[in-house]
Design a protein around this ligand. Sequence first.
Ligand SMILES: Cc1cc2nc3c(=O)[nH]c(=O)nc-3n(C[C@H](O)[C@H](O)[C@H](O)COP(=O)(O)OP(=O)(O)OC[C@H]3O[C@@H](n4cnc5c(N)ncnc54)[C@H](O)[C@@H]3O)c2cc1C
Length: 589
Amino acid sequence: MRDSGPQPTKQLNDTYDYIIVGAGSAGSVLATRLSEDTGSTVLVLEAGNTGENNWFINVPLVSALTQKSNEDWNYQTEPQQHAAFAMKERRSCWPRGKVLGGTSALNMMVYARGSRYDYDSWAEEGCEGWSYQDVLPYFLKSEDVLIDELKNSAFHSSGGELGVSRSSYTALPSVLLQAGQELGFKAHDCHGPDQIGFCRMQATVRDGKRSSTYNSILKPAMSRANLHVGVNSLVTKVLIHDGRAEGVEVMREGRTLTVHARKEVILSGGAVNSPQLLMLSGVGPRDHLEDMEIDVKADLPVGDNLQDHLMVFIPVLTNTSIPITKDTVGNVWALMDYVIHRTGVIATTGVEAMAFLYEDGNVTSGNGKAPEIQFHLHSVHGFTENEKQFENFNLNEKTRDLVFSTAVNQSSFSMLPILLHPKSHGTLRLKSKDPLQYPAIDPQYLQHPGDIKTLLKGIRLTERLLDTKPMREIGASIDPSVPMYKLCEQHLFRSDAFWMCFIRQLAVTVYHPTGTCRIGRKDDPTAVVDPQLKVKGIKGLRVVDASVMRNMPSGNTNAPSIMIAEKAADMIRGVDTVQRWKQQIRGHL
Ligand SMILES: Cc1cc2nc3c(=O)[nH]c(=O)nc-3n(C[C@H](O)[C@H](O)[C@H](O)COP(=O)(O)OP(=O)(O)OC[C@H]3O[C@@H](n4cnc5c(N)ncnc54)[C@H](O)[C@@H]3O)c2cc1C
């Protein structure tokens, strides 16, 4: 998969108009759009490498193998009091991309935008310009929908750089959609006029290859003379003088350099690194910075409001051979399909359908309410009994022994109810002034009692789905012989107490940390950046990535991070590049 093509910049200049920290989902897009102005010089600094040597990045089915590789920051949370009981030291692993494309090069490629009501509530709470009507054109700008029946929809767009395709292989999505219909839910496009209901997967995959923001957006722009891309370059500090960001300090090739910004420094390091870098640079909660003996440049709630989605794997047995198994994948035909045609099972992500639901099971949407629960359908057999997943989820020895001593042979798939709007919010704080030391990440999973109740309702909805005719026809069942369920065998199987135990043992991150540099009105004490994404009280400094999200969107966070970068680019350039999509959606919202 290695290819030649534009190479990263060897020699950096002393000064650029814009310096972007981090070439991830947001940073890669921002660098590309800002450098469309040939009169502007742009530098994007990325701590990781190009990723061209990591074959697993581009191959959809094996994306989990990118975790714990060189291209992963490999974070872990602080020990959790209310969750992660089956994990070593009760710590949840937090993979994050350290590579061009950032976490878009490691993620599961689910394309989701969130509910219109998420963005409308940002706007109602003072984030002018961030309503659904405002942001939808920026989702559409980067999209190239490759799914025939969606090509004429006002809610999709063709011609952008980010390929969005179906990426399905098994018959399970049809079964799930029919099961949903039996319960009265719509089977439709979850990005259409109404989000509530069931939909087949839309995935950021083009021609059997991951569409990361590096390979689809930044890479084709890298030959521009006014765009420099520095890899293996860790920014350790934003240089702030007299209330203005003047440049950055960067560790590169064993040396520390200073690079100056004529106009702006823009942080796109993601929800862990952007707040860390702000605090290292003197922007953060005064008490904490003083404890760390860091000069306070602005007293702001950086690192508060940490929010993340949580999911529970519900293993489901089936008496069919529909799910993807080692045999489906590990045979010469599957390999040839992929290597020669970029098709077949290896070209798909294994996450084949999703749903957005209200916790009370109501099938009609509206009333200004976003869904509380998302489902992922994971069509891979024995997912939680897989060695690599054990490592990725940091599962402890007790769980390992239990699961591998009792593995069942019957074919299985997984349903994953996801908590979309956690009431438990956590924090991110520095552990040290040393930029090489990782910060303390404490999401406080399940600290608020409402969260476990919502997840339990998600499981009860799963049970209802499995009790439909289409599911019964494939022999779908939640069966006590499944090893994972033995973790809670002290409770009556499938009782509330059983499921609550199961959730506290095994609920895992959906890998969507957000909110640590929250957007809000200038006078909002919880906000770090204003609606223009400018850091309050510091000139020439913005944050553009998942950390600015005010509250979590009702869905996965890659497309929203890209949308934020698209919108920020227009705000910074002072242009409106989305007239075409504003026209397209007129009369459809
Ligand atoms: C395993 C996994 C699966 C996921 N699955 C999905 C999914 O299916 N669908 C979905 O929508 N979302 C998914 N996500 C989440 C989604 O990918 C992220 O929310 C999104 O990529 C965040 O984008 P970002 O721009 O905020 O940060 P990132 O994409 O993480 O970008 C930050 C970049 O900044 C660099 N950087 C950080 N600090 C510095 C520094 N000091 N100096 C220089 N460079 C720095 C990093 O190396 C990185 O490249 C998943 C995430 C993971 C980990």
